[in-house]
Ligand binder design. Structure first.
Ligand SMILES: Cc1cc2nc3c(=O)[nH]c(=O)nc-3n(C[C@H](O)[C@H](O)[C@H](O)COP(=O)(O)OP(=O)(O)OC[C@H]3O[C@@H](n4cnc5c(N)ncnc54)[C@H](O)[C@@H]3O)c2cc1C
Length: 444
């Protein structure tokens, strides 16, 4: 598997992802490769949610001549292969952590910004009539071991009191009666404004909307390098050269080593893996009292996330291999299946039918950035595995930066991604983090 930590280019001939979403989503049009030299106002590298939203906004709102390029097809990166969890937030810091780091007022601005991101996704789905099977039902944050209920109850009180966020605490009986008969969790927090959807269909919808708005979108066009000109940039793909005044890097965790060191050294590509099981039958569903299509994630340091899909399959995700070359090792999906069976009784014979992995971009301070990194060069990266909703807003914010607008006063818009200390040792650090996480999740 392509490994952005090691590989210096992302080629357009990649193996099939093999995801459930590919099987469950009508095929989209193939966007052709760019085969002639062109000029434009802004070139965007990367046609995931971020690049597509930026292209859409630049064309529709700011009337810019914009070209979006992807090495493969729109949504080939994280955007077409994620869990489909529309969450209120990004990065790895919750509101309490943001409040203690930046103060309560700034944390409230973060909360509003994250709310605006969900609202934007909702509006785009409606405006573009995107058939991405939204499954309303909220998000449940579940304890993974005994003794954590009190801390969740305190979190609910904190969020209600300081953010006016109607998060609800559920005890064990409420959880089992109203949501699902979970073997490990003895309490949950319910976040009402989150939901699940089909992420690949969303990416296809965004791509259609961007082109309808006037953006030129090219697939199979990997950017090999770019260089600064006296006025703008020259962007080189395998078959064409694009000259543009502005350059937006929306390659996020898929940024190949050396494409842009300011991202490469500050964003650690980390594999997240997913399995999708065969459909649960009526008696399994009844035994589990699995009533809702809500999205769920646990309180582990090394989290598991899961949801019941519209066709009663379970999607279950968690951390994967460290290196791309190990991503296809069956040990990872087997581990996820075992973890799923620990959560829910009566699934001893359940098997998985789809499994895949993807790279998420983890930043050193657990927060993303959306910035003008240099004159006329912009990037958004480092969503830490939680970027479905935020990327839509990040694309809009990038477009505003290109158009010379001022963004809300938030730290994520005001500084570049901080570099990792000893960045050449990030993978060793990741290994140690996983060992510590396993220990903490079991024993502390
Ligand atoms: C398994 C998995 C599960 C996840 N689940 C969730 C979830 O449930 N909820 C959530 O909020 N987030 C989730 N995420 C994270 C979320 O998917 C991402 O944060 C989000 O999709 C990032 O979008 P993006 O557009 O910034 O990047 P991407 O979608 O990764 O897009 C980057 C694009 O850049 C292209 N590219 C890279 N280099 C070049 C080049 N040189 N030339 C041309 N093109 C290039 C790539 O082909 C790619 O299409 C998950 C991620 C994974 C991997």
């Amino acid at each position: 598997m392509y490994d952005p930590y090691l590989d210096t280019t992302l080629c357009s001939n990649q193996p099939d992802i093999g995801s459930y979403w590919q099987a469950a989503t009508p095929t989209s049009i193939d966007y052709p490769a760019l085969k002639r030299d062109i000029s434009c106002d802004t070139v965007i590298i990367g046609a995931g949610y971020t690049g597509l939203n930026c292209g859409y906004e630049l064309a529709k709102v700011h009337q810019r001549d914009v070209v979006v390029l992807d090495a493969l097809q729109p949504g080939w990166g994280c955007s077409g292969r994620n869990g489909g969890f529309v969450l209120r937030g990004t990065g790895r810091l919750g509101l309490a952590q943001l409040a203690s780091k930046f103060g309560l007022e700034t944390a409230r601005v973060f909360h509003r910004e994250y709310g605006a991101a969900i609202l934007r996704v909702n509006q785009l789905i409606e405006r573009g009539n995107i058939a991405c099977q939204p499954q309303p039902g909220g998000y449940y944050k579940l304890t993974h071991k005994a003794g954590m209920a009190k801390s969740l109850a305190q979190q609910a009180a904190f969020l209600n009191q300081h953010f006016d966020y109607p998060v609800q605490f559920l005890d064990k009986a409420q959880l089992r009666h109203q949501v699902v008969n979970h073997q490990q969790a003895d309490a949950a927090l319910y976040f009402p404004d989150c939901y699940g959807l089909n992420p690949l269909a969303l990416a296809h919808g965004y791509a259609r909307m961007a082109t309808e708005a006037g953006a030129s979108l090219y697939g199979q066009s990997p950017v090999i390098s770019f260089k600064r000109l006296p006025a703008g940039f020259e962007v080189i793909t395998r078959q064409a050269v694009i000259t543009a005044r502005n350059l937006v890097l929306a390659t996020n965790a898929y940024t190949a080593k050396g494409l842009y060191p300011a991202i490469n050294n500050s964003c650690l590509p980390v594999l997240s893996s997913v399995i999708v099981t065969e459909p649960l039958n009526a008696s399994q569903l009844q035994q589990l009292n699995w009533q809702q299509n809500s999205i769920m994630m646990d309180t582990r340091m090394l989290k598991y996330y899961y949801r019941l899909l519209p066709d009663n399959r379970v999607l279950f995700g968690g951390r994967g291999a460290i290196k791309g070359k190990d991503a296809a090792d069956p040990i990872y999906p087997r581990r996820l299946l075992a973890a799923l069976k620990h959560c829910f009784a009566g699934l001893e014979h359940l098997t998985y039918q789809y499994q895949w992995s993807g790279w998420v971009g983890v930043s050193y301070d657990d927060l993303p950035r959306v910035v003008a990194a240099e004159p006329n060069l912009f990037y958004a990266a480092g969503y830490c595995g939680s970027g479905l909703s935020f990327s839509a807003l990040a694309g809009e914010r990038l477009a505003q930066l290109v158009a010379g607008k001022t963004l809300p006063a938030l730290p994520i818009y005001q500084s570049m991604l901080p570099g990792f200390p000893m960045s050449a040792w990030r993978r060793q650090g990741q290994q140690m983090f996983y060992q510590w996480g396993r220990f903490k999740d079991h024993f502390l």
